[in-house]
Design a protein around this ligand. Sequence first.
Ligand code: PHE
Length: 342
Amino acid sequence: MQELIEKIRADIAAGIEKAENGTRQELFELKMKYLGKTGEISALSKGMRDVPAEQRPAMGKLVSEVRAWAEEQFERTETLLKKKELEARYKSERIDVTMPARFAETGTLHPVSLVKKEIIECFEGLGFEIYEGPEIEKDYYNFQALNIPADHPARDMQDTFFITEEFLLRSQTSSGQIRVMENKRPPIKILSPGRVYRSDSDATHSPMFHQMEGLVVDKGITLCDLKGILDEFARRMFTKETKTRLRPSYFPFTEPSVEVDLSCHNCGGKGCRICKGTGWIEILGAGMVNRRVLENCGIDPDEYTGFAFGMGLERIAMIKYGINDMRYLFENDVRLLKQFKD
Ligand code: PHE
């Protein structure tokens, strides 16, 4: 029996040595093998019955010694493994507070939205209110009330998408002028952003684009007021040095009508690639509200006068950001959009 005890002791010692680099589960299994109810040391205790009576006290002592020793070995190793486990966890869960943070990608405002926002801020500062009209519009508001009767040749410039004989996708935000003047008496000072549609499609035209309309009606409004407001707008939107220039033009709903150019913000008027060597860039159409249009809305043209202007937002965005093909604005390519992060 003594030999058996020595063998168990040696086995445990060898087992423990291996277990020091193993898992706690392995250690537990090893412990059960010797100290469990049916384990080898427990078997020793049971085997005492067969030991001759005179040897029993000495053997009993040896067995309890080996048991105490084994328990101590297992406990020590258990503590060791626990400590190792904890250290491994500390290591793997360690946080380096000096590491740079990972930033989440955020969206950006589309250049057309940016331009729209900027123009609105500019005109709100000048006392304009925002009005948004419907995109599905009556022929009457989009054309007839704006002095473009059914067979007027000016309809050719703005061929649009008809839904029925009476309803169409508006081709200009000017339709909003009528809706505002029908419902509000002067003084009127509104700015009207929105989508418009035309059957047009090339590098500088898209079947859907955005416009911004302005309308001011009051007593004694003149072309000088229009020029003054546009000068201020040009300075705020582009540079302090930007100048405007009016050229005669034609729109059925304004009289006189003008085309407005800005001095080129890139070359300051000397002539460059952006302004095609002319020093000027065309940015909008405008004019004094035609008497007929005021009359159509029940406003007395002898008492009130007004001016209106309309600009394409894609065009302004292209000028401002140097984009040379309008289609880039509709492709939603993140490589373009990313460049407009604030
Ligand atoms: N609605 C015109 C266009 O789309 C622009 C414009 C607006 C001209 C207001 C004069 C006055 O071309």
